[in-house]
Design a protein around this ligand. Structure first.
Ligand code: DAH
Length: 344
């Protein structure tokens, strides 16, 4: 019986050595160590042995069983290690391979233009302020010298939410809000960028939502020449030193006098072409000296303070600078359009 056990150990160890994977090893384990296996059978036959032989055979059987189990365990961990190694090798990352290029986004051209214009005015000593897009009729119109029923309200068709609330039609209400916060003490020197809304039909040059930048400079002794100097400096910085401006009389209820500001055409340099309708000039913004009533309504003494204000359309400035022919490009977010502004 001892020999039989040794022979079994030998056989089992050979099969264990040959096994190529964990499944095969399991079969070896069941075959030799299982309840129906040969060792169990040997143990069952022990009854026929003499009391002298019995402990020896029992001890041997246990040794053999332990030996087989040990061999199987060792082989199992060896196989598992090998498997892990080959998996790590297969999944390994070659850090020397070139990476996949990431698609980088770009600042939206309108954001870029707003920031550029802000920077120019910051350079001229202006601060940047914002105001709400949902505005009251009071700030959007009344505080800007546009009482109810004033015919000039027709210049800006509005989206009303209630009788008193609307989507602001201009950034000018931020003027009134800012002056109010300053409690009648100057200087107030700000630009306010933001979205505005008008009931316009969308086409190549109109959009029901667009962006404006408002400017306001109120202090003692501010004159029309200051307005002209600041706007000229701004236009030259934005469009180029070779460009100049002219002021034409106009009307806005919140300024007196009011002007329309033109810049020399960038295509024909003032000679006249299709873009400037052969005038050599392109209208870019509205401006004027803040109306004494507007100063007064926002708590500034018009006997002491004077100021100028201006308002410009951001899309228009972007279109003129980059030769964009349709305002709708800014809102459709076609990446072929947006990608052209990666360096702006
Ligand atoms: N708010 C005017 C508009 O939307 C633009 C404007 C004109 C603003 C003259 C001003 C200004 O501050 O002084 O048409």
């Amino acid at each position: 019986m001892i020999e039989r056990l040794e022979q079994l150990a030998e056989e089992a160890n050979q099969e264990t050595a040959k096994a190529e994977n964990v499944k095969e090893l399991d079969k070896v384990r069941v075959k030799y160590l299982g309840k129906k296996g040969p060792i169990t059978e040997v143990l069952r036959g022990m009854g026929k042995l003499t009391s002298e032989e019995r402990p020896k055979v029992g001890q041997k059987a246990n040794e053999v069983r332990e030996e087989i189990q040990k061999q199987i365990d060792e082989k199992t961990s060896a196989l598992e290690r090998k498997e892990l190694e080959s998996r790590l090798e297969a999944e390994g990352i070659d850090v020397t391979l070139p990476g996949k290029p990431l698609k980088r986004g770009a600042r939206h051209p309108l954001t870029a233009v707003v920031e550029e214009i802000e920077d120019i005015f910051i350079g001229l000593g202006f601060g940047v302020t914002e105001g709400p897009e949902i505005e009251t009729d009071y700030y959007n119109f009344e505080k800007l010298n546009l009482p109810k029923e004033h015919p000039a309200r027709d210049m800006q068709d509005s989206f009303y939410i209630t009788e008193e609330l609307l989507l602001r039609t201009q950034t000018s209400p931020v003027q009134a809000r800012t002056m109010e916060e300053r409690n009648g003490r100057g200087p107030v020197k700000i630009v306010c960028p933001g979205k505005v809304y008008r009931r316009d039909d969308d086409d190549a040059t109109h959009s029901h939502q667009f962006m404006q930048i408002e400017g306001l400079y109120v202090d003692e002794n501010i004159r029309m020449s200051d307005l002209k100097g600041v706007l000229e400096a701004f236009v030259k910085k934005y469009f180029g030193e070779e460009r100049s401006i002219r002021l034409r009389p106009s009307f806005f209820p919140f300024t007196e006098p009011s002007v329309e500001v033109d810049v020399t055409c960038g295509i024909c340099k003032g000679g006249g072409c299709r873009i400037c309708k052969h005038s050599g000039w392109i209208e870019v913004l509205g401006a004027g000296m803040v109306h004494p009533r507007v100063l007064e309504m926002s708590g500034f003494d018009p006997e002491v303070y004077s100021g100028f204000a201006f308002g410009m359309g951001v899309e228009r400035f972007a279109m003129l600078k980059y030769g964009i022919d349709d305002i709708r490009h800014f809102y459709t977010n076609d990446v072929r359009f947006l990608n052209q502004f990666k360096r702006v």
